[in-house]
Design a protein around this ligand. Structure first.
Ligand code: GPQ
Length: 834
């Protein structure tokens, strides 16, 4: 029994989902076959994990064959490809997604049912592949999905971390981090490719040599060699025509290099070196939007960039030999933030030192290969490496960076800004000062042919505030590509009931033509459609209520308004604003038991970086407030607060379909784009949000009546800061705000421990309230009053929810990818034979 099949031939793009012709019977037999021959067990003693593995193996009969076909075709047609370099890929689970892509979800469901297994339970066996922190890593995952779906030759390059993002436990209200071991017992989706191993140098020194002609030549004598082992993860496009790969590098000790040590009797020393080598791909740094500045992190960055560049060159040479003239026709490298920026001096090193190319020719190649995406303006996230550290780890790369810099300052900056030392200081890749630093942002802008922000307002700010002089020098370099999310995972597979309804009312190709959702606008006032739409929302809330009960033991009423804030815990994202408002609602209910508001459930999901003190305090405060509120009989269950532990992709897939309200409340100018905002609106949640990031474009699409906007604008924030913001003014001016903040000093939420939450109050008053939480409080509170009124009017609310789903077509990541293709990558879709 085999799941291999054939289908009718159509176009490169999967505009229609032709199901692979497999019967339920065949699929079932195939799963059982794999239970026997792949898992070495049988129906009587198989664990659920074994059944999950066997089901994956059955799906892989289709997937792996498509991988091979895709690679063969790309090779034969010698296609131009994008190489997406990212330190993070937050892929989540694959089984449901890959079944959706091959069109076999229903077949698999039935097959498992016939085996007395529950499809959803089997899917729950899969650990999330959490090789990312948050938005940046998940964006990379959505992008590789869209690239495959649209039939573009593409490869994602990253690190095969042994431990992905930590799992979060909540104990006595506090976050504890536990290691994530996503592949401890093997992973059915990955293929090891030992034939493509690379060797990567590190440390050591540079020797300057002169040839007979007196030409200078640099030779790097590395102190260590690390082996990079590639693991390929198939990325199945919707319709499974193109199956691209994600190639993730695992570090190992190089046998070759350690041989000397070993022979010299240094057996134990050799083992220590092994451990050090294997440390490189051991663990993902858990910081989001902040820089770690650690040596191991720089080595991680270099390790995967160097492996990937060698891999690209090996593939190029197979087709073109030593003729470099076609290289920039075939290769474009997208840098996902500055994390992979060390790829720039690495490519220069290979071209100049190894291929013996003239500097100018090598630089011309680089400038046509690299493009850079900026994901933040937060100063603490802009990467800088100390020159001293750089020199120790990558001595030759530092020299190359200095050379790039001096040529840039002389040939580009001097003509544009004659004798302007201030501009030179600002644009230099090297920051002078007590400790000299390498600015990875400047390096990325200088070497790239395009630089993009991730939402309109963010890209404007990149031009006006972050890189204004670069924008003056190269007016066409800085551009925008608004983020998007894959509707396959974030609607079709996570919200099957709504998906079915949409297919009935729209067409069934909406997962690749998301603009078609517009048709739902025609039914926004149709009371029958409203009922069905809101019934689905209710059913999703019933399901989430079960999850909440099982994870936290808290009972919530599915008829209550579900208000959801899911994202990393960060002060700029302002979970503390949400919390303060919840406390105010609680206070209003205590003061007036008849206070008019619909029943409300506030749900949070958020991980804090392990070293981020204030973020952890906010998590603790949310949990302590939840304890008190949820167990106070006086407020008669009108208010519940839930903190769901271990927020991750697979939990998001359960939360998003159940949201009535989406909290997008960052201080204007701080959230580059946001992508959770798109997923929630797509599933019919109404946004309460600031005019920040993609919220602005969501409001434009949905219309101002269908989102609730509050708070200061970017301009107003700038003005307020310039005028000298004083949080105490807001404290004294607002009786409710003062009372709530003073609550933090008491033991009301921490019985017997007064002041345990006081650091939060201090951060908002004594430490200056960096993110203007208090300035936006009154406006936020009013916005919630508006939400309450709207929610109580059922038809009005249903209309808003429907219009939100109907108008989110723009935020399909296929559209983002098409923008990249048109304006940056210049790729052509490639048809893969059946
Ligand atoms: N983002 Cl710099 C991250 O998730 N991690 C980071 O380290 C940086 C940015 C996010 C950013 O905060 C969001 O606004 C974006 O939507 C997301 O990247 C994708 O662009």
């Amino acid at each position: 029994a085999s799941a291999k099949t054939s289908r009718k031939k159509t176009s490169a793009v999967s505009d229609d989902l032709k199901q692979f012709e497999v019967t339920t019977e065949e699929f079932k037999d195939c799963v059982v076959k794999h239970l026997h021959v792949t898992l070495g067990t049988d129906e009587n003693k198989a664990s659920k994990k074994a059944w999950w593995n066997a089901t994956c193996a059955a799906v892989n009969e289709i997937v792996f064959e498509r991988v091979t076909k895709t690679q063969k075709t790309h090779y034969q047609k010698d296609t131009r490809a994008v190489h997406y370099f990212s330190l993070e890929f937050l892929m989540g689970r694959f089984l449901k997604n890959n079944l959706t892509s091959v069109g076999l979800t229903d077949i698999a469901k039935q097959a498992l049912e016939q085996l007395d297994l529950d499809f959803n339970e089997i899917c729950e066996e899969e650990p999330d592949m959490a090789l990312g922190n948050g938005g940046l890593g998940r964006l990379a995952a959505c992008f590789v999905d869209s690239l495959a779906t649209l039939g573009y030759p593409a490869i994602g390059y990253g690190i095969h971390y042994e431990h992905g993002l930590f799992t979060q436990e909540i104990q006595h209200g506090r976050q504890l981090e536990r290691p994530d071991s996503w592949r401890e017992y093997g992973n059915p989706w990955e293929i090891c490719r030992p034939e493509s191993i690379q060797e990567i140098p590190l440390y050591g020194y540079v020797e300057t040599k002169y040839d007979e002609g007196g030409h200078i030549h640099k030779e790097w004598h590395p102190g260590r060699i690390i082996k990079g082992v590639p693991w390929d993860i198939p990325v199945v496009g919707y319709g499974a025509k193109t199956v691209n790969i994600l190639r993730l590098w695992e570090s190992r000790a190089s046998d070759f290099f350690n041989w000397d040590v070993f022979n010299a009797g240094g057996y134990l020393d050799a083992q220590v070196e092994n451990v050090q080598a294997e440390t490189i791909s051991k663990v993902l740094y858990p910081n989001d939007n902040t820089e770690a500045g650690k040596e191991l992190r720089l080595i991680q960055q270099y390790f995967f960039c160097a492996c990937s560049i060698k891999d690209i060159i090996r593939r190029y040479k197979r087709a073109h030999g030593n003729d470099w003239s076609k290289f920039t026709d075939q290769v474009v490298i997208q840098l996902n933030d500055t994390h992979p920026a060390v790829a720039i001096p690495e490519l220069m090193r290979i071209l100049v030192d190894r291929a013996e190319m003239h500097w100018d020719d090598a630089w011309a190649i680089c400038q046509n290969v690299f493009a850079y995406t900026n994901h933040t303006l937060l100063p603490e996230a802009l990467e800088k490496w100390s020159v001293r550290l750089f020199e120790k780890v990558l001595p030759r790369h530092l020299e190359i960076i200095y050379e790039i810099n001096s040529r840039f300052l002389e040939d580009v900056v001097e003509p544009a800004f004659p004798d302007n030392d201030e501009v030179k200081r600002k644009l230099s890749i090297i920051e002078e000062g007590h400790e000299k630093m390498v600015r990875m942002g400047n390096l990325s802008v200088i070497a790239s042919f395009k630089v993009n922000g991730v939402a309109e307002i963010h890209s404007q700010l990149v031009k006006s505030d972050l890189f204004p002089e670069f924008n003056q020098i190269w007016p066409d370099k800085l551009t925008n590509v608004t983020n998007g999310v894959t509707p396959r995972r974030w609607l079709k597979s996570c919200n099957p009931a709504l998906s079915k309804l949409i297919s009935e009312y729209v067409d069934d190709d909406w997962p690749v033509h998301l603009d078609k959702l517009q048709k739902l606008n025609d039914f926004a006032d149709d009371s029958k459609f409203q009922k069905v739409f809101m019934q689905i929302k209710h059913d999703n809330k019933v399901e989430l209520a079960k999850v909440i009960k099982s994870l936290t033991n808290i009972e919530v009423d599915p008829t209550a308004l579900f208000d959801i804030q899911i994202k990393r815990l960060h002060e700029y994202k302002r979970q503390q604003l949400n919390l303060i408002h919840i406390m105010a609602l609680y206070r209003r209910l205590l003061q007036n038991p008849d206070y008019d508001m619909p029943k409300r459930v506030f749900i949070f999901g958020a991980k804090a970086a392990p070293g981020y003190y204030m973020a952890k305090e906010i998590i603790y405060a949310i949990n302590k407030v939840a304890d008190r509120v949820n167990n106070d009989a006086r407020i008669k269950d009108k208010l519940k607060v839930v903190f769901l532990p271990n927020y991750r992709v697979s939990l998001a897939e359960k939360m998003i379909p159940a949201a009535d309200v989406s909290e997008q409340i960052s201080l204007a100018g701080k959230e580059a784009s946001g992508t959770g905002n798109m997923k929630l609106a797509l599933n019919g949640a109404v946004t309460i949000g600031t005019l920040d990031g993609a919220n602005i474009e969501i409001a434009e699409e949905a219309g101002e009546d269908n989102v609730v906007i509050f708070g200061l604008t970017v301009e107003e924030v700038k003005a307020k800061k310039a005028a000298g913001y004083n949080p105490w003014d807001y404290y004294y001016a607002n009786e409710e705000l003062k009372a709530v903040l003073d609550w933090f000093d008491t033991d009301y939420f921490t019985p017997g421990k007064p002041g345990e939450l006081a650091e939060i109050k201090r951060s908002l008053l004594d430490y200056g309230d960096t993110y203007l939480t208090l300035a936006d409080y009154a406006s936020y509170s009013d916005a919630h009053k508006k939400i309450d009124r709207l929610y109580q009017d059922k038809p009005t609310w249903a209309r808003m929810a429907i219009i939100n789903t109907a108008t989110m077509g723009k935020f399909n990541s296929d559209r983002s990818i098409q923008d990249y293709v048109n304006n940056i990558w210049k790729l052509t879709p490639c048809f893969i034979e059946e």
